[in-house]
Design a protein around this ligand. Structure first.
Ligand code: NAD
Ligand code: GLY
Length: 371
């Protein structure tokens, strides 16, 4: 199979996403080509660094780039300004410190990518960075598009900056060590992409579900070609949306399908108790039910999406949700405008619109689809 490369077309901020097996070993060459840098700092977490930092460092050394690794403890609870501050210390207090030509290399899942990207956005008023995603979610979503940032006690991702990477190298072999639950979190975002832009992607996911989830936790046995195709198709969707609306003043909001109810459910249930993709799966089921009740979407299409999510082992039911509290959380979501809930609803697979006239009773009924 030829190596898929997806171009993110953003004028002078354009870059390529390469997807293949073994790309970690090409980091040095890619970085030298894309940036000409002589110094790089790899930022990673305590789970990913022991698994994958060495081949990245070796490759950087081979390309004549001086490099070192900074790690922080894995997990969403560390995606904070305190960690940003510690990583900035590691960049600026080192001898020699980074300079404007240095590059930050984000090696890890979405937590590492968002945090390291934000560090790169603010260090010396902005240095370049490279994304090396090691989760499916990071590969198909967070490593592409330039949203960087960290969480605040007031909510997730409330502090951040748009800062596009100089390139993305997605080495599918790294995904084999993922726990299946993490792979499923990424698959939920793939189903979301199918719902908003690409009906045929849903067929592809459905027909490859067994392959993607084959093997044991931490030793996944998917076929590299199937995984590469899955990622390339998803990145192509995200590339198109981001090229059309980099700063989310329009169609980029479509990427929030499943997320308005999903985020509220995630907050209600507690981040420690539910994966982000699991919450998105529940959000898609409830939002699709809402679209059906508005007469926008056929019930059999909503059922099909629900069945594919269930087939992937994602949750499609959640008991104990308090509809009033979910509605309150939706009104406080950062996507809400002046207290008006905004929600992306499908008319058919691949065709969605943003709605801002949602009422509490509709959400209450939609949540019944999760019982
Ligand atoms: P994550 O980065 O926390 O990774 C999940 C877990 O898997 C972590 O414990 C991590 O250490 C571990 N891990 C990562 N790669 C591994 C590998 N190859 N083998 C074994 N373990 C590995 O979570 P995530 O799901 O990748 O990302 C979630 C984050 O992404 C959230 O903070 C979310 O807000 C953010 N996000 C950002 C965007 C964006 O556009 N910037 C989009 C979607 C999500
Ligand atoms: N994950 C949503 C976005 O990138 O806009």
């Amino acid at each position: 199979m030829t190596e898929p490369t997806v171009r993110i077309d953003l004028g002078e901020r354009s870059y390529s996403v390469r997807i293949a097996a073994g790309l970690l070993g090409e980091t040095g060459e890619a970085l030298a080509g894309a940036t000409g840098a002589k110094q790089a700092v790899v930022v990673s977490d305590t789970t990913v660094a022991p698994l994958y930092a060495q081949p990245v460092l070796d490759s950087l050394t081979e390309a004549g780039i001086t490099s070192r690794v900074l790690t922080f403890p894995a997990g969403e609870s560390n995606k904070t300004l305190a960690t940003v501050s510690a990583v900035l210390d590691g960049l600026l207090l080192h001898d020699p410190p980074i300079d404007r030509k240095s590059v930050v290399v984000a090696l890890g899942g979405g937590v590492v990518g968002d945090l390291a990207g934000f560090v790169a956005a603010v260090a010396l008023r902005g240095v370049r960075f490279l994304q090396l995603p090691t989760t499916l979610l990071a590969a198909v979503d967070s490593s592409v598009g330039g949203k960087t940032g960290v969480d605040h006690t007031a909510g997730k991702n409330l502090i951040g900056a748009f800062h596009q990477p100089s390139g993305v190298l997605c080495d599918v072999e790294t995904l084999r060590t993922l726990p299946k639950r993490e792979l499923r979190n990424g698959l939920a975002e793939c189903v979301k992409h199918a719902v908003i832009r690409d009906a045929e992607l849903l067929d592809f996911i459905e027909s490859h579900a067994d392959d993607f989830l084959s093997g044991e936790d931490g030793a996944l046995a998917f076929s590299a070609d199937g995984m590469i195709e899955l990622i390339a198709r998803n990145v192509a969707i995200k590339a198109k949306v981001v090229a059309e609306d980099e700063r989310e003043s329009g169609v980029r909001a479509h990427l929030n399908a499943g997320h308005t109810i999903g985020h509220a459910v995630e907050t209600f249930v507690g981040y420690e108790n539910i994966g982000h993709g699991e919450a998105v799966a529940l959000g898609l089921v409830a939002e699709n039910a809402l679209a059906v009740s508005r007469g926008l979407l056929r019930a059999d299409v909503a059922d099909r999406v629900k069945n594919v999510l269930a087939m992937l082992g994602l949750p499609v039911r959640q008991g104990g949700l308090d509809a009033d509290e979910i509605w309150r959380l939706m009104q406080h979501d950062k996507k809400a405008m002046a207290g008006r809930v905004r929600i992306v609803l499908p008319n058919a697979l691949g065709d969605v619109n943003l709605h801002d006239d949602i009422e509490t009773g509709e959400v209450r009924r939609a949540l019944e689809a999760l019982q």
